[in-house]
Every structure is written in C-alpha cells, then in structure tokens.
Design a protein around this ligand. Sequence first.
Ligand code: TXA
Ligand code: MG
Length: 368
Amino acid sequence: MSDYTANTRVIVVDPHRPDEGDIQSAARVLRAGGLVAFPTETVYGLGANALDETAVGRIFAAKGRPFDDPLIVHIAAKSQVEDVARAIPDIAYALAEKFWPGPLTLVLKKHPRVAEKVSTGLVTVAVRMPAHRVPLALIRAAGVPVAAPSANLFTRPSPTSAAHVADDLSGRVDIILDGGPCPIGLESTVLDLTGPTPAILRPGGTTAEALLECLPDLILPGESAGGRASPGMMLKHYSPKARFFLFTGAPETLASRARVVIGGLLRAGLKVGAMFTEEDAPIFADLPIQLENLGPRSDLDAIGRALFAKMRSLDACGVDIILMRAIQAGGLGLAIRDRLIKAAHQQIIDLDGQPEIIINRLISELSD
Ligand code: TXA
Ligand code: MG
C-alpha cells in the first residue's frame, strides 16, 4: 500500500462556532482530494471527499487500514442521504428524524456515485449525520459527502482529542481541526437496514434500548443476523500498545485475589497499569502501579468519554500490562463492554481460579 504524506497543519477551532475562514480552508483541501481530520460528538474522523476514489484511497494509506474495512459517509443534512444511498426504506427516514444528527450510522443500499473504495466493493454504504458544528460546517462548505473512519492508526484506540490524532497521523493528514475533546468518546452505533430485520453491527453512542423503542424486532450484537456482520469488525482490536486484560470474579474476594495477581506480575518485573472505577479503588490502593480513575461505575457517560484517552495515557507511561474490571452491558455499557472485550483480545479472566496459574498465563500471553 502506498503511503500518503503531508505537511500537517493543526487549526484550533471553536467547537460551537468554528471560524468560517478556517472551515473554508479545510473544505478547499477536501475538494482538492486531501485529508482533513475533524472532531465529531463520538470520536475524531479522518475525512476525504466520498465521491473521489483517489482521495478515499488516501484514507486507507494514511491509517494503514485494510482495504476490506469500509468507511462511514458523513452528511450535513438529513436530505443528503439521498445523494449517497438509494432505495431508502421508510424506517431509515423515521430513524433519521429521531436520531440525526447523532451517533447512529445507517447501513443502506449504496448510490453508484459514492466511490467504490468507501464501501470496499460492497453494494451497501454506511451513512451518518454527526451532531457537531465542525463537521456539519465542513461538509456544507465542501459541498460533498465526506467519508471518514476514526482518525487513528489501524488497531490503535480511537482518538478523542486532536493530540491523539496528531500522535497517530502527523505527517499523514493535511489538516487537523482541533475542536477539543469529543463529548461521547465512543464511536457511533452501526445499524444495518439492508436485511429483512434491522441489526446492530456495532454497539455505540446510540443505545440499543433507544433503538428498540422504534425497532421492536431489532437484532442485537451477538444475536444471529443471518450471517450479516460488519466487514473488518473481526479484525478490530481497539488496543493500547500494552497488553490489556479484563478481569471478573466473586465480589467478596475480588480485591484480595486481584492484589495477589498484581503482586505476582510486579515480582516478575512487569510495569503494571490499571483503569478503575471509584468503587474498585480499594483493589489498587497502595500498589506501585500506574492508575487511571474512570469515575463512578454508575456514570457510564463519563466512562465512555474517558476510556480511549485513559488507554492512551497509560500507554504513554510505558506500562506492559493494563488491568481493568469488566463493565456490565446495559445502556452505554454495551458499547463500553464491546470496546473493552476487543481490546482484551475477546477474553475475560476469572480471578476465582488459582492465582499462580493466572499469573503464569498472563505473563505467557504477554509474549503473544
Ligand atoms: O462515530 C463514528 O462512527 C466515527 C466517526 C468519525 O463518525 N467513525 C468510525 O468509523 O468509527 P470506523 O471506520 O472506525 O468504523 C466504521 C465501521 C467499519 O469498521 C465497518 O465495520 C462499519 O462501520 N461499516 C462501514 N460501512 C459498512 C457497510 N457498508 N456495511 C457494514 N458495515 C459497515
Ligand atoms: Mg475505527
């Protein structure tokens, strides 16, 4: 895959009232086939003109993204969905009315004018209208729909600040619009409307509970969607550089068992980090490890907002291992749990087992 290199310019913009001149400069870059990273309410996106094959190809080159992982097309008005999709079912309009602008992506039949590379050759296209002034102004000014995946390197945690984007993509993107931290911090919910029954392909910022109110027969992630899946989804890791381990166990003995395991990892000379909710603070008290507090367990909005940023800051400390207690699904918890399980290579460690065996297993998995 050929590389895309650029002199990256960072432009600070007011997330509520971005300067029109700045938006016009970024829009010109998009129209000329360049790449612009921008904030959305979910995570930062890496945008290109969705109608331009060459420009879209640059997104894959910049991210190191596999060519079988399709992109989301961003629009600035509900009616613009007709420019990028065709044979749109009534339910899509009803959902757009209720959830757009917002963190819901609809998979629809693709309009032929959208670049083939956006959908990696599929007959469908993923579309969303973000609830953020910066991309709305940018898409309007560019006058074209904007294809944008999350603005991270492939497999790295999604970026929720402009600094995260610069860490991953400096020298590979023309402009980064810095509109501050993303208010949701987790990607959009991807909902497939092309099959006989609507199916969530990726849980995200719009909860399954909210969708179920409009779609009583909604297929949830993990339930059979007749073989439908989001291409590229299985490859996704959302991983920090450190090996991420999720754990669970009987509540009465969880703290003491976790402390035995962490003690074993420290004796093996490993640098350990942990992300915890306030309720779990006693587990980690006084241990010589790097800690990141996610706030109260009940505040899923705050956990979602902080999750990827905390993974990145623990990485910046150079830890070998990051530990975290699993979060229950429910509301935004479904999306949070999905990202955690992906970061943890699909496994959750039950601390009710033999501590020595668990410690040895964690250490051996570090070299995988
Ligand atoms: O919140 C978000 O969705 C962010 C912001 C920037 O909008 N974008 C984002 O894009 O998370 P990305 O590329 O990291 O994830 C998009 C996922 C793809 O991995 C793919 O699985 C799914 O959406 N997707 C895209 N097009 C699809 C299609 N035609 N059919 C099924 N799934 C699709
Ligand atoms: Mg992504």
